[in-house]
Design a protein around this ligand. Structure first.
Ligand code: NDP
Length: 295
């Protein structure tokens, strides 16, 4: 028997998609066109292919237009940049997402920098990073925004809480820390050089683990009652020979004995990412069309 409440990201994401679908329908009625998301995939990475397929399906299910651009792995960078420029100029496209990672002969930063910041629904463009850091409206990376939505849904106001974010990547850890600062948490960002990580984690009312190390955070690292958000997605061998399973960065079994609430893997943060992407796209559509939207 686990003691912690299980935070159901799958159900939350389903509700969010339903709300996005309503807003997308209103947008279509007002603008005379559907909101549109363009997704660009270069190469044949199997995981990326699955993500792109799911994004396309869910975009259409929410009543928005999905434009998929699949380019061969040996596409040259100039051709990709030219496609991004065309999408920037296309009035039917409100959001542009270039699926990462890109093949090694391409400069990811250069590609991201070419996306119009007002269509950058992934929130990776430096302009959006700067907007987030300075509290201006922009686009926030989908996974950390989804984590904050789950936290606020569970805890209400986060003001004054001690939060520890483990991981300082540009796509999860750093924007997560910025969002928690904006929610008036006291934020510590831990990483591979942090001294005595268990002691740092034990101070936290909120723990966000975005490390990429299977089941690293143990139950005895946690303050009793802490809220634990596990961003990690790690594929590891399962008990049954030849099979694999997904686990997070948190050792769920021991953590659920101590935490007040915890996201499972799968079914926690994972489903939020695409739902937030769709939310960002419908927000982009309103902004690009000059139609007010209460957020
Ligand atoms: P990165 O590899 O870019 O960053 C990992 C971070 O963890 C780094 O800052 C690194 O520190 C830190 N780290 C590594 N080892 C340790 C350690 N032993 N102790 C403390 N910190 C450590 O990963 P991402 O941020 O891209 O992803 C993190 C996890 O989240 C992955 O499992 C990924 O699959 C998952 N993910 C899930 C998503 C979802 O939709 N649910 C979306 C994106 C990611 P340093 O900077 O010092 O190297």
């Amino acid at each position: 028997m686990t003691k912690a409440d299980i935070i159901d990201g799958k159900a939350f994401a389903q509700d969010l998609r339903a709300r996005v679908a309503e807003v997308a329908a209103d947008f279509e009625a007002m603008a005379g066109r559907k909101a549109g998301l363009a997704v660009v995939l270069v190469g044949e990475d199997p995981a990326s292919q699955v993500y792109v397929r799911n994004k396309g399906k869910q975009t259409v299910a929410c009543g928005m237009e999905s434009f998929e651009h699949k380019l061969p792995a040996d596409t040259n960078e100039a051709d990709l940049l030219a496609l991004v420029e065309r999408l920037n100029a296309d009035p039917a496209v409100d959001g542009i997402l270039v699926q990462l990672p890109l093949p090694s002969h391409m400069n990811e930063q250069k590609v991201i920098a070419t996306i119009d910041p007002d269509k950058d629904v992934d929130g990776f463009h430096v302009v959006n990073v700067g907007r987030l850091a300075t509290g201006l409206p922009g686009f926030v990376p989908c996974t950390p925004l989804g984590c904050v939505m789950l936290l606020k849904d569970k805890l209400g106001s986060l003001s004054g809480l001690d939060a520890v974010v483990i991981g300082r990547s540009n796509i999860v850890g750093k924007p997560m820390a910025q969002l928690l600062i904006a929610e008036s948490c006291t934020v510590t960002v831990a990483h591979s050089r942090t001294k005595d990580l268990p002691a740092v984690v034990r101070r936290a009312d909120i723990v966000v683990a975005a490390v990429g190390r299977p089941e690293m955070v143990k139950g005895d690292w946690l303050k009793p009652g802490a809220t634990v958000i596990d961003v990690g997605i790690n594929r590891v061998p399962a008990a049954e020979e030849g099979k694999t399973k997904l686990v997070g960065d948190v050792d769920f079994a021991s953590a659920a004995e101590v935490a007040g609430a915890i996201t499972p893997v799968p079914g926690g943060v994972g489903p939020m990412t695409i739902a937030v992407l769709l939310r960002n796209t419908v927000v982009a559509a309103h902004r690009n069309a000059g139609i007010a939207l209460e957020e």
